[in-house]
Every structure is written in structure tokens, then in C-alpha cells.
Design a protein around this ligand. Structure first.
Ligand code: LRH
Ligand code: MN
Ligand code: MN
Length: 424
């Protein structure tokens, strides 16, 4: 479904005067407003192909209507998001959930929607119907070399799909680990995993990156073979300069200081990218910024500081992806909310007075340090984010536009009420 441009323009027209008042007020507090706006316009967050349908839990799934039934329709959905917010210009595929049968046509369709292909994700955490050996006891860590080889071959196959689409990175998340003490030898599991990752690494094209995603628990509940940033960092360091750690915000033990992890990985040049989501308990995969928006701001604060210190390009030097699941919300509405939350936190981080903060830190003025951060975090930057969208042809308010233009209704009309997508 292609949304006619004039509909967005008409929607914007109605709110323009009000927006201008709000934007002028917000901009009057920002010295380098044009620079901030350009950074926002450039910033793109990839949408995961597995988050466009309603998710579920192991207890049930309550699907909505008009969900995408194919990769083509998923691309159309991301295209729709991108038309509204101009910040969702990429899609991240999970294979074999979304295998491009005709890559040239898929690539052309994506280009038509202004979309690129971000990291491709491999899947060795499930057994596929036609698969020879089982991953029940792990994949890259497995005691049987033949299982490890099968996992390696799958990853190389995923890289091949990525090359055809123009992706430039592979994300490897392993569910490998153990559910009970004594089940495996930690050292052997690590060494098997490393050897397998090295074989995949050897198949990476020169311009590609490999992201090693860690997770503290689930599905294994005693140990995970890539359980935290230390283990991921160890693999990434041993693999080489094309390997990086990927931080999924939901993959830590409670109260972990994620912003500090981000800062140190950046310092070491080993931070590769993000899976954004939010959580209260574990890997809840909730809407970004819905539970801990201040934490999100603090993470972006470290990202901006650290990337600037290393002279990195905010938009292109890290992989920005969402990884979420939508159990009770319309997936597209949820994704619009997530992207908005990311843009807000990023903008607030851009507003931090870095010089004043460094001075206050040097003077051990703890109160002033806190005030400087919270001044930025408490600034209402929504009109600045909206202005960036307006300047790049998006909707002033994305969620309101989605509802007012009755886009879900149109999708249901096109695909039917029973159209159910593959989702997490
Ligand atoms: C694991 C994870 C990983 C997978 C995705 C489906 O919890 O975050 O990124 O690829 O979910
Ligand atoms: Mn993830
Ligand atoms: Mn996860």
C-alpha cells in the first residue's frame, strides 16, 4: 500500500500553525538548531522483519488484522512507517523466517520505498522442518562437530542472502548454553563457539561487520555461552577487527548499568550496534522508552559523547535496530512509538552541555553534573523531532497520522482481517 503524499501534506497543514509556535519556542533554547536538525534527519533506525506482526507469549497470541503475509508486504509496512517518520529507512531480516526468494525483485521493491537492508540475522535456535541435525543442545557450542558445521553453513548461507540484498552486516545471536549445572564444560563450549564463529568470520566480505549479540538468560537458564558483554567482547576481540559486540537493551540482568557498558565498548572500538526495546523484568521486548525513558537518555548521552570523542558518524558508524514484540498493540503503532522514543532520547542527548559537564566533573560538583544531565532530559524536544520530520517530508505527528488516515483499516481492506504474519 502506497500512501499518497498529499494525504500527509493535508494532515500536516492542519497542525502547522500550532507546530510552528511550539518549534520556535523549543528552538530558541538550542544554539546549533540547524546542526541538530540535520543529525535527526540523517539518523535512521532499522525495523526488524519479525516485528511487523503481533507477537505472543508461550501462553497465547492475539493477532490483529491486516498483517503482512509475505516479505513483500513486510517491506511495504516498513515503507509506510518510513513515509510517516522518515527515520525508518532500513529493514533487518531474520533468516530463514524471511528468505528473499527473488532477491533482485525484493531489493528493487525496497528501493522503491527508500529502504536499505540492515544486518541480516541467522537462526540456529530453532530446528527447521527440513533440517538434518537438531539444535536442542546448542549449535555453535555443540559437542558434535557435525552440528557445529551445520550452524556455520547456515550463517554462511545468511551472508550470501545479505550480499544479494546489499546488507553489510551479520548479527549472530546464539541461544546456546546449559539449563543445568554440569551439563556442559564451559571452556569447551567457549572454544567450540569461538572456532565456529571464526569459520563464519572467514566468510565475511571485506566491507562487512559481524555483530555478536549477548543475552544473560533464556532459553537456557543456567548458563549462556554468550551471556554478557564480557563474553561477547572476548569473542569479538579474538575474531578480529570486523567483529563487534551488539547490545540488546533487554538482554541484561536486572539493574545492569547499560550506559557504562556502552561507554567502555565504544572506548575500545568494539561497540557494533543496538537492538532497542524496553523491559521491566527480562527480555520483555516492549516499546522503546515505555518503561525506562531516563535510561534510554543516559545510553544516548554516552553514545553521543563517545562517538564524538572518536570522531564517529552518528548515523552510519553503528547499527541501529529495533528488536521488539507486540502482544497487545498494533505492531505499526508500536514501532512508530519506538522510533519516536529513540529520536527524542537522541535529541535530548544532543542538547547536553558537554563543556559544562566536563567542568563540573573536573570540579567534583556532583549536584551540577546531575542538573546538567537532567536539564537536557527534561527538555520537551518533541517539536524539534517533528520539525526534522517535516523538513524531510514526514508527518508532524506519526501516530496521529496513522490513526487519522485510517491506515490499519486500509491494510485490513487490502489483506483481510485474518491476515496473520510471522512474529515473535
Ligand atoms: C533474542 C533476540 C535476538 C534474536 C531475536 C529474535 O532474544 O533478541 O536478537 O535474533 O531476539
Ligand atoms: Mn535482539
Ligand atoms: Mn531478545
Amino acid at each position: 500500500m502506497l500512501l499518497e503524499k498529499y494525504k500527509i501534506e493535508e494532515f500536516n497543514q492542519a497542525g502547522l500553525a500550532e507546530h510552528k509556535r511550539r518549534f520556535d519556542f523549543a528552538a530558541s533554547y538550542v544554539k546549533n538548531i540547524d546542526e541538530v536538525l540535520q543529525k535527526l534527519i540523517d539518523f535512521q533506525v532499522a525495523i526488524p522483519s519479525w516485528a511487523l506482526g503481533t507477537g505472543g507469549t508461550r501462553f497465547g497470541r492475539f493477532a490483529g488484522g491486516g498483517e503482512p503475509r509475505s516479505l513483500e508486504e513486510k517491506i511495504e509496512d516498513v515503507g509506510l512507517l518510513h513515509q510517516l517518520n522518515r527515520s525508518s529507512g532500513a529493514i533487518s531480516l531474520h533468516i530463514p523466517w524471511d528468505i528473499p526468494q527473488n532477491p533482485a525483485a525484493i531489493k528493487a521493491l525496497a528501493a522503491q520505498h527508500g529502504l536499505k537492508f540492515d544486518a541480516v540475522n541467522s537462526n540456529t535456535f530453532q530446528d527447521q522442518p527440513d533440517q538434518k541435525l537438531s539444535y536442542k543442545f546448542g549449535s555453535m557450542q555443540h559437542v558434535d562437530k557435525a552440528v557445529r558445521k551445520q550452524a556455520v553453513d547456515h550463517n554462511i548461507e545468511v551472508i550470501r542472502h545479505g550480499i544479494e540484498l546489499g546488507s553489510e552486516s551479520l548479527t549472530v545471536w546464539l541461544s546456546d548454553g546449559s539449563s543445568f549445572p554440569g551439563q556442559l564444560n564451559f571452556r569447551k563450549a567457549f572454544q567450540n563457539t569461538l572456532e565456529s564463529l571464526q569459520e563464519v568470520y572467514a566468510a565475511l566480505p571485506d566491507n562487512w561487520k559481524m555483530f555478536v549479540e549477548y543475552k544473560a538468560f533464556e532459553p537456557n537458564f543456567y548458563s549462556m555461552s554468550v551471556g554478557d558483554w564480557g563474553q561477547s567482547y572476548l569473542y569479538a576481540s579474538k575474531l578480529g577487527e570486523k567483529a563487534y559486540t551488539l547490545v540488546d537493551l533487554g538482554h541484561h540482568l536486572p539493574n545492569a548499568n547499560i550506559e557504562q557498558i556502552v561507554s567502555l565498548l565504544l572506548m575500545e572500538g568494539k561497540l557494533g550496534g543496538f537492538h532497542f526495546n524496553d523491559s521491566k523484568y527480562g527480555d520483555d521486548d516492549l516499546t522503546v522508552g515505555s518503561v525506562k525513558p531516563y535510561q534510554l537518555f543516559l545510553i544516548f548521552n554516552e553514545l553521543v559523547e563517545g562517538m564524538d570523542a572518536r570522531g564517529m558518524n552518528h548515523a552510519t558508524d553503528l547499527g541501529w535496530m529495533i528488536d521488539a514484540s507486540h502482544n497487545v498493540k498494533d505492531p505499526l503503532e508500536d514501532l512508530l512509538q519506538s522510533v519516536e522514543a529513540i529520536m527524542i532520547a537522541y535529541t535530548q542527548a544532543l542538547l547536553v552541555d558537554r563543556k559544562a559537564l566536563a567542568e563540573a566533573q573536573q570540579a567534583n560538583d556532583v549536584v551540577r553534573c546531575q542538573e546538567i544531565l537532567q536539564t537536557a532530559a527534561r527538555t520537551d524536544v518533541r517539536a524539534i523531532v517533528a520539525e526534522a520530520r517535516l523538513r524531510s517530508g514526514g508527518a508532524l505527528q506519526t501516530l496521529q497520522a496513522f490513526r487519522q488516515l485510517e491506515l490499519r483499516k486500509a491494510l485490513i481492506g487490502e489483506r483481510g482481517l485474518k491476515a496473520v504474519s510471522t512474529g515473535l
